[in-house]
Write a protein that binds this ligand. Structure first.
Ligand code: GA4
Length: 329
């Protein structure tokens, strides 16, 4: 994906000012080795729906190994990569995002993740004997993400003072839980520097799931939206993980936690590689506010739905749609 002049590019929104939104940000940092991390995490989920975790216990090499494998894959000739696509919804994708006409300056690999035993969507390139190092790096990374997500979700329950402590984590650890893993490559786009504008890498959206755990290389691009609608750039940090609250967690907390809108702008000078694990429940799971979290006489803000129904509705939507809107009471 090096050619700039193509018909898809014309459809990718340009964002006029490179200084769009603030560059300096106060992204909450939760240090998992410190007392009080459970409360800090809850505060961040309420305020922003987004935070960074440090001292998370995941060896930095795990992410580095997988990133190196991803870079090797994305450097393959276009035709070879396309043998693992198009995404339906899993597989290799280039510029088109989802089934409804969204486009971005990005290529990616999307995997469905199943829990017991841990497995992921197979793709043409993974069948090659040479993909053995990719497969082992992926498996190790996925196992580490599972443990981190479970720890974080337990801490959330602790911070909210609800029992059982696995009220959230059990939803994403179950045998039928619906995980997705995404490897994104945003090629650098030097012409942008001259044009004095940014190109949309991945358009604004909220994640449908419970939480998403993101790690990127040291390239900028990720932005989150504050309650007032302004955009804040998230300084990259390849040793930390960034956590997004997703739509399902917003519902489980009856709107107390905020599903954060975010987007990625392509970088003129440096390519960006990110890996995101989206943790969703099993399709049959009923998504409704946890009774333990409801105050006296408090009513649910959402009408009932199952995760399967929500996913189905999501795949009918455009990326930037307010997907929860149609389930609000
Ligand atoms: C957004 C979050 C995840 O990247 C994702 C995306 C999915 C896709 O790329 O296939 C969707 C998008 C995401 C929400 C609406 C639908 C589905 C593209 C799209 C337009 C993998 C997910 O789970 O939902």
């Amino acid at each position: 994906m090096v050619v700039l002049a193509d018909e898809v590019l014309d459809q990718i929104p340009l964002i006029r000012s490179p200084k769009h939104g603030s560059n300096v940000s106060d992204i909450p940092v939760v240090d998992l080795s410190m007392p009080g991390s459970a409360e800090a995490l809850v505060g961040a989920c309420e305020e922003l729906g987004f935070f960074k975790v440090v001292n998370h216990g995941v060896p930095v090499e795990l992410a580095q190994r997988l990133e190196a494998e991803a870079i090797k894959f994305f450097a393959l000739p276009q035709l070879d990569k396309e043998k693992s696509g198009p995404p339906n919804p899993f597989g290799y994708g280039n510029k088109t995002i989802g089934p409804n006409g969204d486009v971005g300056w990005v290529e990616y690999l999307l995997f469905a993740i199943t829990s017991a035993p841990l497995s992921y969507t197979s793709m043409s390139f993974l069948e090659e004997p040479s993909a053995c190092s990719f497969r082992s790096a992926l498996k190790e990374y996925l196992l580490a993400m599972r443990k981190l997500a479970s720890d974080l979700l337990r801490l959330m329950a602790e911070g909210l003072k609800i029992e059982p402590r696995d009220a959230f984590s059990r939803l994403v650890m179950g045998e039928q839980s619906d995980g997705i893993f995404r490897l994104n490559h945003y090629p650098k786009c030097p012409i942008l520097e001259k044009l004095n504008c940014s190109l949309t890498g991945f358009g604004e959206h909220t994640d449908p799931q419970i939480i998403s755990v993101l790690r990127s290389n040291s390239s900028t691009g990720l932005q989150i939206s504050l309650k007032d609608g302004s955009w804040v750039a998230v300084p990259p940090d390849q040793e930390s993980f960034f956590i997004n609250v997703g739509d399902a967690l917003q519902v489980l907390t009856n709107g107390r936690f905020r599903s954060v809108r975010h987007r990625v702008l392509a970088n003129g000078l440096k390519s960006r590689v990110s890996m995101i694990h989206f943790f969703g429940p099993s399709p049959a799971e009923r998504i409704a506010p946890l009774p333990q979290l409801m105050g006296e006489g408090e009513q649910s803000k959402y009408r009932e739905f199952t995760w399967g129904e929500y996913k189905k509705a999501s795949y009918k939507s455009r990326l930037s749609d307010d997907r929860l809107g149609q389930f609000e009471k």
